[in-house]
Design a protein around this ligand. Structure first.
Ligand code: ZN
Length: 332
């Protein structure tokens, strides 16, 4: 186990690849870059909650235990405040593409998703397909298949979706990888959003990457993603000679030689389940098995979106964790 850990650490220092990633913010709100977080983030409660409740990460649903406190609910995006409102108080900000790409999905039905009306744009920087997602729009102004330039409008900022009102109108912004290209097969039924369902899109801390680009416009996305802290690793039996579909899509996930035979794959994940790397292993496992977990004070389920359970340095997959592994390995 320690050798595998070292392998991940060494390879993370390997050469960067892919194109330079240029990102702009989706509205005129630049508070993230000027340090005005209260002006940038829309909190979950305008009276009670700090701006950080609108940030990416484990920022919600704090639970107190004798051993300490833990934020158990994960927010997979940035909630960005509007800058302009009309005489009736409705936001007038246009939400714009953060980078050049192609619109792959526009959901025009506010009631069909917790995201409300939302748009997904695919970007190709030589790192595999990335998907920016813009949610809670009042209107969408684009159609799937439409090529888009950075800064092109996608719709107007609004408050569509579950549990929002006009006072808390914001754009929820994500940048994601796609977990499976057969998401309907995984569900066992078609869903209205197809592969662009939020459950099939896995995002990282885009605010942190914006700040990194502000410091170094040539920062490598793959290097940034490799630097995400590993929280746990899962070993799954290898089926067949080829690599996993997700590694074919995202070559920066590939650690070690995937062309040689091996008995299993070891998959490294962050706390939120973002994939950091996948390496072949000759250890034999009969089913998905947790091979490493970062020790924490409380049950692992509070830290891992209920995918792992157990305490200290031992953990096993919950039913939800097993479903997650099936999704990322296209095993269904
Ligand atoms: Zn949000």
């Amino acid at each position: 186990m320690h050798r595998a850990l070292a392998l991940f650490a060494i390879l993370a220092l390997g050469p960067a690849y892919g194109q330079q990633v240029n990102l702009r913010l989706p509205t005129e709100n630049r508070g993230l870059l000027t340090g005005d977080l209260a002006g940038f983030y829309m909190p979950t409660d305008l009276n009670n909650k700090p701006p950080e409740s609108g940030a990416w990460g484990f920022v919600r649903n704090v639970r107190e235990f004798p051993e300490g406190r833990v934020y158990t609910r994960f927010h997979e995006g940035l909630d960005i405040r509007p800058m302009h409102r009309d005489a009736r108080g409705l936001p007038t900000d246009m939400v714009k593409a953060i980078a050049t790409g192609t619109v792959v999905y526009a959901n025009d039905s506010a009631s069909r998703s917790n995201y409300g009306k939302y748009v997904v744009v695919r970007h190709d920087w030589g790192y595999g397909p990335f998907y920016s997602l813009y949610a809670h729009l009042a209107t969408t102004t684009v159609k799937a298949g439409q090529p888009i330039l950075a800064g092109d409008p996608l719709g107007r900022l609004g408050s569509t979706g579950a549990g929002l009102n006009n006072a808390r109108a914001h754009v929820h912004l994500e940048l994601n990888i796609m977990l499976s290209e057969r998401f309907n097969d995984y569900l066992g039924a078609a869903n209205p959003h197809g592969n662009h369902n939020g459950l099939n899109l896995s995002g990282f801390n885009l605010a942190e990457f914006y700040l990194l680009l502000q410091k170094n416009p040539r920062a490598s996305l793959a290097k940034y993603l490799h630097s995400q802290p590993q929280h746990y690793r899962i070993m799954v039996p290898r089926k067949g000679a080829g690599t996993l579909p997700i590694v074919e899509r995202y070559p920066w996930l590939r650690f070690g030689n995937h062309d040689l035979p091996s008995k299993s794959w070891e998959i490294a994940c962050t706390r939120s389940g973002f994939l950091v790397g996948i390496a072949p292993s000759n250890r034999e496992v009969s089913k998905p098995t947790v091979t490493y977990v970062r020790p924490t004070k409380l049950n692992h389920r509070y830290y891992t979106l209920n995918r792992l359970t157990g305490t200290g340095s031992t953990a096993s997959l919950t039913a939800s964790g097993e479903r997650f592994v099936r999704l990322i390995t296209d095993n269904f």
